[in-house]
Design a protein around this ligand. Structure first.
Ligand code: DX5
Ligand code: ZN
Length: 216
């Protein structure tokens, strides 16, 4: 299982230390949550902060853009050196063009679906993307409870991917913890994002390892 701790739950007063802690952990990615106050009802951080994080990080960055018109920022996300650029299906009128642009800029293209968005909305771009991320909370805030329906949705997505022959990976974001990680793994999840369960644990590094050890 690949684990992407979300820095949204980290101590922003000591960001460099938090990034360094993750550098020395078994985390596979650093998940960065960008919120614009329009697509979601909250504002988090933007490029100046991400540039500082990118300088300190030795893990690949997974940039989750909860913003309208995310395609405006493809070049800047690429300049950060991000490995994954994650855009919301609901934010992209011309999704096919947007994911093409992300790949052209040398990044893995990830498309995220809100809990209420049907899988059918990405069926026709499955061959053009590297990752489908399912939100297991309504985006905008860390620390919310996991929506159980996501487990069944992951299983249906896995079937859809196998049927299509696409190599897309499945990522899940929101309320992920030791309790639901096993069911998510069994349903077919490849990458788990975890914010509060990691950063509120007594030992965040141990918590990342526990999530990594979940069997598929
Ligand atoms: C929600 C964000 C998530 C969030 C995860 O809008 O996209 O990445 O930070 O945090 P937890 O694990 O606390 O739900
Ligand atoms: Zn996220």
């Amino acid at each position: 299982m690949l684990i992407a701790p979300s820095l949204l739950a980290a101590d922003f007063g000591h960001l460099a230390d938090e990034v360094e802690r993750l550098n020395n952990s078994p985390a596979d990615y650093l998940h960065l949550d960008v919120m614009d106050g329009v697509f979601v009802p909250n504002i988090s951080f933007g490029f100046p902060v991400m540039e500082a994080i990118a300088r300190a990080a030795r893990k690949p960055l997974d940039v989750h853009l909860m913003v309208v018109q995310p395609e405006k920022y493809t070049q800047r996300v690429a300049q950060l050196g991000a490995r994954i650029m994650n855009v919301h299906q609901e934010a992209c009128i011309h999704l096919h063009r947007v994911v093409g642009g992300i790949r052209q800029a040398g990044m893995l293209a990830a498309v995220t679906l809100n809990p209420a968005t049907p899988l059918a909305t990405i069926e026709d771009v499955l061959d053009d993307i590297d990752i489908v991320m399912l939100m297991s909370v309504n985006p905008g805030f860390g620390g919310q409870s996991f929506i159980n329906h996501t487990i069944e949705k992951v299983a249906r997505l896995k079937e859809m991917i196998l049927r299509s022959g696409s190599g897309a990976r499945i990522e899940v974001d929101g309320g992920v913890n030791r309790q639901n990680a096993h069911s998510l793994a069994q349903a077919g999840a490849d990458i788990l994002v975890a914010g509060s369960s990691v950063f509120r644990a007594d030992d965040p590094v141990k918590e990342i390892q526990a999530l990594k050890d979940v069997q598929q």
